[in-house]
Design a protein around this ligand. Structure first.
Ligand code: PMP
Length: 453
């Protein structure tokens, strides 16, 4: 049934969505008073929870002072403040911060910048980006071209850029049928070898960058990479002169227990892209943090100009939200809270895995976990038309909790998962409530499956 009774172009015109009137902490409230525990920070964005007056006031104050100045003519004090805060948090050689209004624009900018870097060096042919299957970098044409979400790409295939993709290091579903321990002990990764093979097939002289999420988010359900994967990738990027773009849109700013998730891998990216958590979701904000060598190239060879930019790049109100969010991350030791509660959340989730045979795997880091659902203990995926992860989330929402469901977990088509990523301000008691609600939702799902059989 299509809803014709309102003017909103809904994401799915066949659905109705609850109207949220306000939020407080980890909770969202519907107009009829129903409460939802936000178990996924919206889209892993509302890291600081809802209804924080400090961020709202900072935005209002900035809107009163100067709501819009164009960064081609003017700058603001908040712009410098936020860039400095982020630059200081980033790895040592990444010092310049470029702002956008979200993650897709951030990756779009990074893709263009990788081309400019090589054009500045007199190698304009280096312009292909290699991404990974089952990864997501955004929905604009460039970022969609870099991403490897088969279902999202498919309707726009004719529009997409001729970028290339390799297998992601999702060892649980290794397309090469290898064991993680085998690859690790032999220091011989089939997925890394595939990357090298593709680089050589295209020719390193045609490639500008390799882009990857440090922990695969929406496409694989918070799947961390095996231990030495990114070191091997970095070595290949160095060998063949490719920039390494690390997409921290979902994982940045403490989500995984370090400021950036790539810190777990001890690898230096050339560009980090960010979004979501940078403003705690209070305003549309994203950007990229850029290595000094790229900046030096622009200075020396392009008269300091990066021919790119958006009307709302560095928008003062959205930037003010970022500054206020950064202050809260720091003052409230959000990273400590993530580290303190990681074990509590994971042990709660493992208990559910032991209780319910349909929970096939739990993985993740910090307060960023994935629960993979399967029809048997060998991990056989459910038929996609059963919409298992969507159904589990619908049941959770009936009970008063919301999570981030996804599908295509195994190979881009089959498989189901739920991302569990509550606001980083969550308390131990609220995690207990989250686990209890998820427990009831899983029970309801099992019951509905029995009834259906
Ligand atoms: N990269 C990653 C890893 C993401 O998770 C997302 C959003 N889910 C994006 C990029 C795109 O960000 P946005 O929706 O803000 O454009």
């Amino acid at each position: 049934m299509f809803r014709l009774e309102d003017y909103v172009f809904h994401r799915d015109l066949t659905k109705t969505y609850p109207i949220i009137t306000h939020g407080k902490g980890v909770y969202l409230y519907e107009e009829n008073g129903k409460r939802y525990l936000d178990g996924c920070s919206g889209a892993v964005a509302a890291n600081l929870g809802h209804g924080d007056k400090r961020i709202a006031e900072a935005m209002a104050l900035q809107a009163e002072k100067a709501a819009f100045v164009h960064t081609m003519r003017f700058e603001t004090d908040v712009l410098h403040k936020l860039a400095e805060k982020i630059g200081k948090l980033a790895p040592k050689q990444l010092n310049k911060v470029y702002f956008t209004c979200g993650g897709s624009e951030a990756n779009e900018s990074a893709i263009k910048l990788s081309r400019q870097y090589f054009r500045d060096r007199g190698e304009p042919e280096k312009q292909i980006v290699i991404g990974r299957w089952q990864s997501y970098h955004g929905n604009t044409i460039g970022s969609l071209s870099a991403g490897g979400d088969i279902k999202r790409r498919q309707p726009y295939n004719g529009y997409l850029l001729p970028f290339q993709h390799v297998s992601a290091p999702h060892c649980l579903h290794c397309p090469f049928n290898r064991e993680e321990s085998d690859c690790e002990s032999k220091r011989d990764w089939s997925c890394v070898r595939e990357l090298e093979r593709i680089i050589l097939e295209i020719g390193p002289g045609q490639i500008s960058a390799f882009i990857a999420e440090p922990i695969t988010g929406s496409q694989a359900g918070a799947m961390p990479p095996p231990k030495s994967y990114f070191r091997e990738v970095r070595a290949l990027c160095d060998k063949y002169d490719l920039l390494l773009i690390i997409d921290e849109v979902m994982t940045g700013f403490g989500r995984t227990g370090t400021c950036f998730a790539i810190e777990h891998d001890d690898v230096m990216p050339d560009i980090i892209t960010f979004g979501k958590g940078v403003s705690g979701g209070y305003s549309p904000l994203g950007g990229m943090i850029v290595h000094d060598k790229i900046i030096d190239g622009i200075r020396e060879n392009s008269n300091g100009k990066f021919l790119h930019g958006y009307t709302y790049s560095g928008h003062p109100v959205t930037i003010a939200a970022g500054v206020a969010a950064m202050d809260i991350y720091e003052q409230e030791n959000i990273l400590d809270n993530v580290k303190k509660l990681e074990g509590h959340l994971s042990s709660g989730l493992y208990k559910l895995k032991h209780k319910y045979p349909i929970v096939y795997d739990i993985r993740g880091r910090g307060l960023f976990f994935g629960m993979e659902l399967a029809s048997n203990q060998d991990g056989k995926p459910f038929a996609s038309d059963l919409r298992i992860s969507e159904r589990l989330n619908e049941l959770a929402m009936e009970l008063g909790a919301v999570f981030y469901p996804g599908s295509g977990t195994v190979d881009g088509y089959a498989g189901d998962h739920l991302i569990i990523a509550p606001p980083l301000i969550i308390t131990q008691g609220e995690i207990d409530e989250l686990i209890s609600l998820l427990n009831h939702a899983l029970q309801a799902l099992m019951d509905s499956m029995k009834e259906g059989s």
